[in-house]
Ligand binder design. Structure first.
Ligand SMILES: [Zn+2]
Length: 435
């Protein structure tokens, strides 16, 4: 078995807690909302041309809207695990449904519960991956709901009404995930004239037949896919509107931090496929909305600097004054919104041994591709050959991250091993990360 050499100072205090500054008065409640599969650019507050998200836009107006936020993986299980553990996928080791994070890891709800919070998850996520730290785990069986998704959220407001301490709600649903099948009122918002072959609903089978070329489609058919995705988002936004109105009527919103995000995006033709994620590290699969609002957060700020979903847990814990392990790989976002932090954050995205580093407008992948995201938003033109210096610098930086992942995984996980290519293992060994 190979031995991991522990180099980083960060590991020496892996189990100690950083100190949070306690806010005055009762600790705020927290709602963390994940709209699974929601692309950043379909949200009105991010400049979308349709009124897909008035409630989300209003939330952005009373908080900070990060227009350049990245998920760390293009699929549900690793991304949510990164949100809840503040670790990159290689470090927490969850890459697909059915895998569970090591029980040594401290999750966001565990940290909050340790500080006296009552914690409830209301979600369509299945399995034990995300359960540690939640007092209540309410699985939303879509068959029981009106439509396919959340319907009315009485189970959330009922639970909140019964709390006797500060509470943390994690709310997640697949409303904007395939199939795109909103109720008729929502279909009619943007597609009442459509009579083509994708009616009535956009299903997985239909997009698969478009992607493999067995179904020929027109521009209008492809537009219908967007119409239906947007209709699902508007339907979900209306559900949030009803939830927020109920919480407000209960007097529960004033002292509540709301974080809104998604776990990954969805492809709509940018790299030739429709209705797909998981399969690549393309920008459209990783750029997600991220809004933070509530006590301690400035109002009405829009921030274009790149930020990361691993930053979410430390941001929440900083805001409520609860400590967390020093091995958390994210950093609280207050330094970004108060202007004291000026150095661009490095973003790592992962699929097993496939990784990319996004930094200062460039994206470099383990396939040796380089993209200038300032002029090529979706990363479709590989400019590696003409920019050997940038490639060399980013390749070294990415390898350094991989070495840090290997070190940290050895400390925080019982199995301790991360996915490396033979070449990465050789280079990391040469650098002294591995023996
Ligand atoms: Zn997902």
């Amino acid at each position: 078995m190979r031995r991991i050499v522990l180099l980083g100072l960060v590991l020496s205090a892996a189990t100690s807690l950083a100190c949070g500054g306690a806010p005055e008065g009762p600790r705020p409640n927290v709602i963390l909302i994940s709209a699974d599969t929601l692309r950043a650019d379909h949200v009105g507050a991010n400049g979308y041309h349709r009124t897909t998200s008035p409630t989300i836009d209003a939330l952005a107006a009373r908080g900070v809207n990060f227009t350049n936020a990245y998920s760390h993986a293009p699929n549900t299980a690793p991304s949510h695990t990164s949100i809840l553990t503040s670790l990159y996928p290689s470090v927490h080791g969850v890459f697909q449904h059915g895998q569970e994070p090591d029980e040594k890891l401290v999750t966001l709800p565990e940290a909050l519960r340790g500080a006296g919070y009552q914690t409830g998850a209301f979600t369509q996520l299945n399995g034990k991956t995300f359960e540690p730290g939640f007092d209540t785990w309410y699985y939303i069986d879509s068959a029981l709901q009106s439509g396919k998704g959340l319907g009315d959220l009485d189970m959330v407001t009922d639970w909140v009404g019964e709390r006797t301490a500060p509470w943390f709600v994690f709310l997640h649903s697949y409303d904007v995930h395939l199939p795109y099948a909103p109720e008729a009122d929502y279909v009619d918002m943007w597609a009442d004239d459509y009579e083509g072959p994708l009616r009535p609903n956009v299903t997985r089978a239909l997009v698969d037949s478009i992607n493999d070329g067995s179904l020929e489609v027109t521009e209008r058919d492809l537009q219908f896919i967007l119409d239906m995705y947007d209709a699902e988002l508007r339907r979900l936004d209306d559900i949030y509107s009803r939830l927020f109105a109920k919480l407000e009527a209960m007097g529960e919103l004033d002292n509540t931090i709301i974080v809104f995000l998604s776990d990954h995006g969805e492809e709509f033709g940018e790299h030739g496929k429709w209705g797909r994620h998981t399969y690549a590290l393309h920008e459209e699969l990783l750029r997600v909305p991220l809004i933070v609002a509530g006590p301690g957060v400035p109002q009405g700020q829009t921030i274009d600097a790149a930020v990361r979903l691993v930053d979410v847990a430390p941001t929440i814990l900083d805001l409520v004054g609860v400590g967390y392990p020093q091995y958390f790989m994210g950093e609280g976002l207050s330094g970004v919104w108060d202007g004291t932090e000026r150095t661009p954050r490095q973003v790592i995205v992962e699929r097993q041994t496939e990784r990319a580093l996004i930094h200062a407008g460039f994206k470099y992948t383990t396939d040796g591709e380089l993209f200038d995201l300032t002029t090529d938003k979706w990363g479709t033109v590989n400019i590696a050959r003409d920019n050997p210096d940038v490639v060399s610098r980013m390749s070294d930086a990415l390898l350094d991250w991989t070495g840090r992942f290997a070190e940290l995984a050895a400390v925080v996980r019982t199995d301790g091993e991360i996915h490396l290519t033979a070449e990465e293992e050789r280079r990391l060994r040469a650098l002294g990360y591995l023996q």
